[in-house]
Design a protein around this ligand. Structure first.
Ligand code: GBH
Length: 444
């Protein structure tokens, strides 16, 4: 198949939104500039846990190069850009007095986007909790609900005249299942996991109220990582582990937020943390469901670990991306269908993408046919879902730029744009031109 071929988009709405996504810690750098406080990720990066000992200190230097990055988006032709605000940049201690220099960075970014005709989609929390709050228990302290609501209210009052699209959290199930604050992920930390889930759900509800109270015409959602959890063998033990993980990965947040109930199998464990009125505080009206999807997850039983699971082998027949994630577009189609059936909200796909280690060739070009094939197949699958009645209204590629890939440091690359971390030079990859062509073709 020629790499220039476009996916079928005939069933997508005429006002379908094409976008790109990033997050603060992964691209901004400038972690010690203009009064930013430390985040938990600055601390993790210094603990020796990150595979390559990378830090977010410079990252893509987006803090200083945002003008150039908005220029890239303009060349791409995207209608929307999803980014996150670094909580410790605007509230260095997480609460208390605001940092004007940090807020004015987001002013400049937002103004630049609006001038370029790109709609800002602002996510309040993409994992960079202020370290000062972690020292007060972080998400394990029920006061985190108030800390987060106050932060949301500051952002709403300060930026809500120009930003209308808000997400409360990025992938709450990921940052709770993999949280370092739980300690060793064994059976002993399950009670803490349930407490964290409940506090984060309450914080979501409180932030929705704060945004509605301060922003005229706000359009609000939460972004969930939904990926089917499948057993990695035919054994009953592995099947049971996959069913158990599926509840925590895919339902622990959207069920209470969108339907006002916790999944049955976890109610008993949430009960000790529940106060009267909590479910009504969590379940606030939402405008859309933010979906991040990459691949199914293959699971095996491991009785001594938290929730009794571990990651298992992937089926040998399944093709993998260069970083080893399964390529299964039909799982994306089914996931869209399930989200539509279960929650009935309009869906925006706010992350989907392909990780590799791609480097420039001798001519300096970054040629990435694998990424183009991946995006084409996944967009085709999304179009199939739309043809069967799924209300999907937008698709955002992860990511605009290669960036700091959490535990993998800078080794894994997800960008439509290559970043040379020595010179910080940006080079659009062939997938960048392909995505620009797709947007142009659907929006003549
Ligand atoms: C997203 O999370 C994050 O929101 C974003 O910050 C990040 O940069 C992006 O993904 C890319 O990593 O090993 O085959 O079992 C994604 C959460 C959880 C998705 C683990 C892939 C494992 C796939 N990820 N999952 S596999």
């Amino acid at each position: 198949m020629p790499t220039t071929q476009l996916p079928n988009t005939s069933c997508l709405r005429p006002d379908f939104i094409w976008g790109v996504s990033t997050s603060s810690f992964q691209i901004e750098g400038a972690t010690q500039e203009d009064g930013r406080g430390p985040s938990i990720w600055d601390v993790y990066c210094r603990s020796g846990e990150i595979r390559t000992h990378d830090t977010g200190d410079v990252a893509c230097d987006h803090y200083h190069r945002y003008r150039e990055d908005v220029g890239l988006m303009k060349t791409l032709g995207v209608q929307a850009y999803r980014f996150s605000v670094a909580w410790p940049r605007v509230l260095p201690l997480g609460r208390g007095s605001a940092n004007e220099a940090g807020l004015s960075f987001y002013d400049r970014l937002i103004d630049k986007l609006l001038t370029a005709g790109i709609e800002p989609w602002l996510c309040l929390y993409h994992w960079d909790l202020p370290q000062a709050l972690e020292e007060h228990g972080g998400w394990l302290n029920r006061d985190s609900v108030f800390w987060f609501a106050n932060y949301a209210s500051l952002i709403a009052r300060r930026l809500g005249d120009r930003v209308k699209r808000f997400a409360t959290f990025n992938e709450p199930s990921m940052f709770s299942l993999f949280s370092r604050s739980l300690g060793k992920p064994d059976r002993g930390c399950e009670d803490k996991l349930h407490l964290m889930i409940h506090n984060v759900n309450l914080a979501h509800g409180a932030a929705v109220d704060a945004l509605r109270a301060n922003v005229i015409d706000a359009s609000i959602g939460c972004i969930h990582n939904r990926q089917p959890c499948r057993p990695s063998s035919a054994s009953e033990a592995d099947a049971a582990a996959a069913r158990r993980l599926d509840v925590y990965w895919n339902a622990a947040y959207p069920d209470p937020q969108c339907r006002g109930t916790y999944p049955i199998s976890m109610r008993g464990a949430i009960e000790p943390h529940m106060q009267p009125g909590d479910l009504a505080r969590i379940c606030r009206p939402l405008d859309w469901f933010g979906l991040n999807h990459y691949s199914p997850v293959y699971v095996k039983a491991r009785p001594d670990s938290m929730l009794g699971y571990d990651f298992g082998d992937k089926p040998p027949a399944v093709p993998l991306t260069p970083i080893g994630w399964p390529i299964e577009p039909d799982a994306f189609r089914k996931t869209l269908q399930e989200v539509h059936t279960n929650y009935g909200l309009p869906i925006y796909v706010l992350e989907n993408g392909y990780g590799d280690f791609g480097q420039p060739d001798q001519t300096g070009a970054v040629v990435d046919p694998g990424r183009i094939d991946f995006l084409r197949a996944y967009i085709d699958a999304m179009n199939d879902a739309a043809s069967s009645g799924v209300d999907v209204r937008g698709y955002f590629v992860w990511s605009l730029l290669d960036n700091f890939e959490w535990d993998f440091g800078y080794s894994n690359r997800f960008g439509l744009t290559y970043v040379d971390y020595a010179s910080l030079r940006r080079t659009p990859k062939s997938s960048f031109g392909w995505y620009a062509g797709l947007i142009k073709a659907t929006r003549p």
